[in-house]
Design a protein around this ligand. Sequence first.
Ligand code: HEM
Length: 390
Amino acid sequence: MTVTDRAPVREFKGYWGRVLDEDPFAAWLPYREMDPFWAEGDHVNPEGVWVLTRFDQIRELQQNPKKFSHAIRVEGDMVDPLMPSMFDPPQQLKQRSVILPLMTAAKIDPLQPKMHRVCRELLATFKDRGHCDAVSEFAQRYPIKIFGDLYGLEESRREEFRVLAETWLHDHTQQHQAWASIRQIMREELEKRREEPQDDMLNGIAHSEVDGELIPIDTAINLASTVFLGGLDTLPSNMAWTLRYLTEHPDLRHRLANDPDCISGAVEEFFRIYPVARNGARAVADIEFHGANMKAGDRVICLINLANVDSAVFEDPLTINFDRTANKHMAFSAGSHRCLGSHLARHEMGVFLQEWHKAIPDYRISDPDAISFTGGSVLAMRNLPLEWDV
Ligand code: HEM
């Protein structure tokens, strides 16, 4: 694509669905506090994209669905777009109303004892060995055990689901196929519940009503598949980045192990510094946005990680400070698409920080060269080899 009238243009690695050998969070830091710029496309994402980095500008975009739409589709976009992620209000708000009552504090808080138990069981499988791959042996296993039960998925199907979610999120070439497979499995699960109700979240979705009518089965399938994707890869990625950071910060590790009162502050700080999901939208009409002349349909991405270290909003933004008081980070976005799973994610993260550091307070990376990352809509670590003294 040749770009002549979109400016300024900057070299920018978007990391679209690729295996990476560098840390994208670190690689993007030089763009901190820049006004919008245009990044030309590459072979994975030929379209090109506007990039936003400042907190206020990103929040403005997220809170203005009339100017920046999640619903504008272009050729090659997916069939059966994700609900509510790829819709705008008011339709999107109706879709959210199906999920909201199923993820309230009253539904999620009682899962905490189970979170503690699952963490301890997983840690016990490798603690005495003195080493593990923190991604495949812990981070990828813990959330799906909690979420799988909440959703009501059979044990035997969970790994299949996890792999499909990973493919959808990280492998551009297989995305459509993975989405079709996820939807097919959800169809079977939801139809089963319409015939015979069960006591789980999928049952809640299957029997939900919007405007006094039972929701169409295709809407139920789409919503269930979207929540499933939102819930699976985000938290594992966040835990992996967090552990990697902590290998170099013994003072913080010891505080996590010994001071339960620091946990909620720590959770917010790790979400602030490693907001693994990035989001964006398309300009609805030609618009001048903070000096950028955007054309109708132009894609805009929000580097939430940079918004969360904007010095106009956060004091000493690059330092992790468990005692930070006003922490209005945007890891879970802002506006109508605000994350529906943030309450669950916060609890899971807090329990993980406590249980891991009680069991293994000191650890280090055993082979830094073995670490690699993946881009896509979630920035993930593929592996994290850790070791500790036993
Ligand atoms: C580390 C954990 C998580 C992070 C950082 C995160 C981040 C986000 C972000 C940034 C959005 C907005 C996306 C957009 O505007 O397009 C979002 C939306 C969403 N998230 Fe999360 N999320 C996390 C965990 C979860 C979990 C555990 C679930 C479900 C169990 C979940 C379900 C959803 C859903 C369904 C949406 C779409 C909401 C809408 O479009 O109205 N997320 N999340």
